[in-house]
Design a protein around this ligand. Structure first.
Ligand SMILES: Nc1ncnc2c1ncn2[C@@H]1O[C@H](COP(=O)(O)OP(=O)(O)OP(=O)(O)O)[C@@H](O)[C@H]1O
Ligand SMILES: [Mg+2]
Length: 317
């Protein structure tokens, strides 16, 4: 059975869809890893795909890109049926894969040229475009460097620059900032925001909830190959989680388990952490305030709370 579509696009807006998937499935042998995904990505939005390890994010993206055929379902990308017209769609898509696959035999600049030729692009105009992209990725000082000499952040930026060589309408990024330090991540975020401002559509996967919350207009949470929620970050938080979270950590939290649960809307214990979710934090804060030795952390609910509530706390690898 297909997963329920969380917010179907009104019929009048279907022409504005950059991706439209219905009942998308992928089986490897006896195992179904994408299990009936319905997905609408609208022109000009930054759309995020979140999910635990092995949820099916990369497989879904690979089907959109025509890199692996769906086992079942309908798929349209930039108006082209995929995989039948994947090549036409791919000409207007830029891809940053989960693992950098830059060519180690070429320099930074040569990597961009080689990729441009793959799209049949050549000539002085491409020289200028490559210069602009090197500047955009702040790699203009490293254009002659070998790939091995680049840091992880530089490689990621070069992958992004390479994805833009064909001036794509849609940019697909699989974990663009995994493994990067905060400076490099901030830099990638600025670049991705700039792309959205230029009117491009972005689809990205990430394990960083802060990244998803900051960048994405809408998000789908995928688990075990099915979309279990899809909305704006704010609406997901408002719909699934009480607005206040109070966390207690340590070996002596046991005494709060009952008292806290009575004062909050919902309580959860994960290892040595007690989490209280509540619409009104005052009663629990007052009780905690009367015990100055008890450390606690009061914070607004976020996407990570939604993610853990919907996908659970068990490890998935
Ligand atoms: N070529 C393949 N052959 C067999 N199984 C595969 C293949 N590619 C992916 N899988 C399986 O499909 C499932 C989904 O994998 P996928 O890479 O799409 O997950 P993901 O959500 O991108 O995870 P991660 O966050 O770890 O990148 C996993 O169980 C994976 O082992
Ligand atoms: Mg993946």
């Amino acid at each position: 059975m297909a997963a329920p579509l969380q917010n179907p696009t009104p019929q009048a807006d279907v022409g504005e869809l950059v991706v439209r998937a219905r009942g998308l499935r992928k089986r490897y042998g006896d195992t179904e890893v994408v299990c009936g995904v319905d997905l609408d990505v609208r022109r000009g939005e930054c759309f995020g795909l979140l999910g635990p390890n092995g949820a099916g994010k990369t497989t879904t993206l690979r089907m959109l890109l025509g890199q692996t055929p769906p086992s079942d379902g309908e798929l349209q990308v930039l108006g082209h049926p995929v995989p039948e017209q994947a090549r036409q769609a791919r000409n207007r898509i830029g891809v940053v894969p989960q693992m950098d696959n830059l060519d180690p035999d070429f320099t930074v600049r040569e990597n961009l040229f080689t990729y441009a030729r793959y799209f049949g692009l050549d000539g002085p105009e491409v020289q200028q475009r490559v210069d602009r992209l090197l500047e955009f990725a702040q790699l203009d000082g490293r254009s002659r460097a070998q790939i091995q000499a680049l840091s992880g952040g530089m490689k990621r930026r070069l992958s992004l620059a390479r994805a833009l060589v064909n001036e794509p309408d849609l940019v697909v990024l699989d974990e663009p900032s995994t493994g990067l330090d905060p400076q490099a991540r901030q830099h990638i975020w600025q670049r991705l925001n700039a792309l959205v401002e230029q009117g491009r559509t972005l689809i990205l996967t990430t394990h960083y909830m802060e990244e998803a919350e900051r960048l994405c207009d809408r998000l789908a949470i995928i688990d075990h190959g099915a979309i279990i929620a899809c909305d704006t970050p704010r609406r997901l938080i408002a719909e699934h989680i009480e607005p206040h979270v109070i966390e207690l950590r340590g070996h002596d939290i046991g005494r709060w388990q009952e008292e806290g649960a009575a004062l909050a809307d919902r309580a959860e214990r994960v290892g040595d952490t007690l989490l209280f979710y509540t619409r009104d934090p005052e009663p629990l804060l007052a009780a905690l305030g009367a015990n100055p030795e008890q450390r606690y952390w009061h914070r607004p609910a976020g996407l990570e709370d939604v993610f853990l509530r919907l996908t659970g706390h068990e490890l998935r690898d």
